[in-house]
Design a protein around this ligand. Structure first.
Ligand code: NA7
Length: 538
């Protein structure tokens, strides 16, 4: 390896792997670092029982190589974590990516050397890596959220976090298990652990909207058809979709342009049933006013309440599981396999920790409302310090000694979700200010990397050594993000999209909610105009 890399990449998940390949192909000297023992990013760590992706396999996959798209055959309609890991490993081998990655190595700090225009990255082993550019492919759902519960250290039972699950199978049989958290991870874990544990106690703060995933073996005819038309599918995912996926009931669907409030109840019902029949995230492909108008949104709330009630035998319990008081889709929709049905079992009970938050842990269990729930094991499915956590937990220091923590003290700020003012030559994939939570992250990562690759080529061509987002451009982008989110119903929910799930985190629209087309129009226009909004210097 050279003394100074062209590009250091932090992270070897989907984004980092594609970045290695793309930039290597462009002739750059690239090396990536990952704290994990292997490729996979967040999928490497999220080994919890039931882990599965909520976007159809045929869409949640790399698009940059037709050879890869054609050669790989998906087994499941939605890939389990294990199948995704097989795929990611296969891609890494096929493209010989591992020679450009150092595993088991966490980057603990990154400091910009202003005189030399170089990033110095220090690893947890004390090694220092120097690079002209640095790409943070650190993932938007990778830094676990681990709430500090009083007395947790006294608890004598086992503890697990969904995002740091052990490699060996955990055996819950005969045990009294508690689970805190009913987001996507919790609702995937619950039905499986319920079958194994002696008793499962679910500590629920906010009930979620969950719809059936309807997973199963992939329909091979459908997969063949998509493969035969991949360029058009990918184009439409990128240009004519809500979230980067277009498959609904095995057909590529158009964006809905009619408004909910201008449709008849019968038309609405037909659309909702159609999306529900597909399962998974198809519901996002819906009336546009569901995202902006509470009255419209309520029609879908009502529809989903009805569907949830049908799945739970005890009507009183069903009421406790119904999400209320915030718009549907404003928090990430959850996709489940037998989640609500798990509550029909005798060995599953629900404890509301909204009205009465968890008081403390004891040696034996968890105390809520003065009642001690004795447990042998507790699963924390408490999510992530999303979008910012992976970066703000690293010591990153830019121009004039400013740290990223200082820069983001009042909330994350970026330009186009790609760069941060005062942190030159550092790019982010799927970071705050990007559309990542609302757009298929694999495709977004590919496209952002292409933008970065083009930018590096431009810098080389013109002899520039430093690129930094201007303060004005950053303020403009933060305003664009704020205006876009405020035009929607998203701020009405306490979600990780808004930074509301981590105590003490600034509540701000953490991503760009203005739509993928507008996002790329802004990024491409900046590039076309000689990287307008960025200071380039020699
Ligand atoms: P989520 O969706 O953020 O869910 C975390 C869950 O943990 C959620 O139910 C939280 O309740 C709950 N939580 C967090 N802290 C506490 C405390 N202190 N007490 C009780 N309950 C708590 O994370 P996931 O890992 O499930 O999913 C993240 C994304 O991964 C998902 O959106 C998909 O995109 C894939 P809350 O809702 O905050 O009241």
């Amino acid at each position: 390896m050279p003394d100074v890399l062209d590009v250091a990449i932090v992270g070897a998940g989907f984004g980092g792997l594609h970045a290695i390949h793309h930039l290597r192909e462009k002739g750059y000297n690239v090396h990536a670092y990952d704290a994990a023992g292997d490729v996979g990013g967040t999928w490497y760590w999220n080994r919890y029982p039931g882990a599965v992706v909520d976007i159809e396999s045929i869409e949640y996959s790399f698009s940059f190589s037709d050879e890869i798209q054609q050669e790989w055959n998906w087994k499941r309609r939605y890939s389990t974590r294990d199948e995704l890991m097989e795929y990611i490993n296969w891609v890494a081998d096929k493209l010989d990516l591992r020679r450009s990655i150092t595993f088991n190595t966490r980057i603990s700090s990154a400091v910009f050397d202003e005189a030399a225009n170089l990033w110095s990255l220090t690893t947890d082993k004390g090694d220092v890596i120097k690079a002209h550019y640095c790409i943070m492919a650190t993932g938007f759902l990778s830094a676990p959220n681990e709430p500090r519960f009083e007395g947790l250290a006294d608890f004598k039972g086992e503890t697990y976090h969904s995002a740091k699950w052990p490699k060996n199978k955990v055996d819950f049989s005969g045990k009294r298990v508690g689970i805190i958290g009913v987001g996507s991870s919790g609702i995937q874990i619950i039905p499986i652990v319920a079958e194994e544990a002696k008793h499962l106690t679910v500590f629920q703060r906010t009930p979620v909207f969950a719809v059936p995933l309807r997973n199963g073996p992939i329909d091979e005819e459908f997969a063949k058809e998509v493969k035969a038309n991949y360029p058009e599918w990918r184009r439409r995912e990128r240009e004519e979709s809500f979230g980067g996926w277009i498959s609904v009931n095995k057909k590529p669907v158009e964006l809905v342009t009619e408004l909910c409030l201008e449709s008849t109840p019968e038309q609405r019902r037909a659309l909702y049933e159609d999306r529900y029949k597909n399962g998974g995230l198809a519901i996002y492909n819906n009336y546009p006013d569901l995202y902006t108008n509470r009255e419209a949104n309520d029609t879908l709330v009502e529809f989903l309440h009805e569907k949830i009630r049908e799945r739970i035998k005890d009507p009183e319990l069903a009421e406790k599981l119904l999400p209320r008081g915030f718009p549907v889709l404003a928090k990430r929709l959850c996709c489940d396999t037998n989640y609500y049905e798990a509550y029909n079992r005798d060995n599953v009970s629900l404890v509301d920790v909204k009205a009465n938050p968890i008081e403390r842990f004891t040696e034996k269990g968890v105390v809520v409302a003065g009642v001690e729930h004795e447990l042998d094991a507790v699963i924390f499915a408490t999510g992530f310090d999303a979008l910012t956590g992976a970066l703000s937990r690293m010591d990153i220091c830019g121009l004039g000694g400013e740290t990223l923590k200082e820069h983001w003290a009042e909330g994350a700020k970026t330009t186009l979700g790609l760069m941060i003012h005062n942190f030159p030559n550092m790019f982010i994939l799927g970071g705050p200010g990007s559309p990542v939570p609302l757009f298929q992250p694999v495709l977004l990562g590919e496209d952002q990397t292409r933008w970065i690759g083009d930018c590096l080529a431009y810098m080389d061509k013109h002899g520039y050594a430093r690129i930094d987002a201007t303060q004005a451009a950053e303020e403009k982008w933060v305003k664009a993000c704020t205006d876009a989110v405020n035009a929607t119903l998203f701020p009405l929910a306490q979600s990780w999209y808004m930074g509301a799930n981590v105590p003490g985190k600034t509540r701000i629209g953490l991503c760009y909610f203005g739509g993928i087309t507008n996002y790329w129009a802004a990024c491409n226009s900046a590039a076309r105009n000689g990287y307008e909004g960025f200071d380039l210097s020699k």
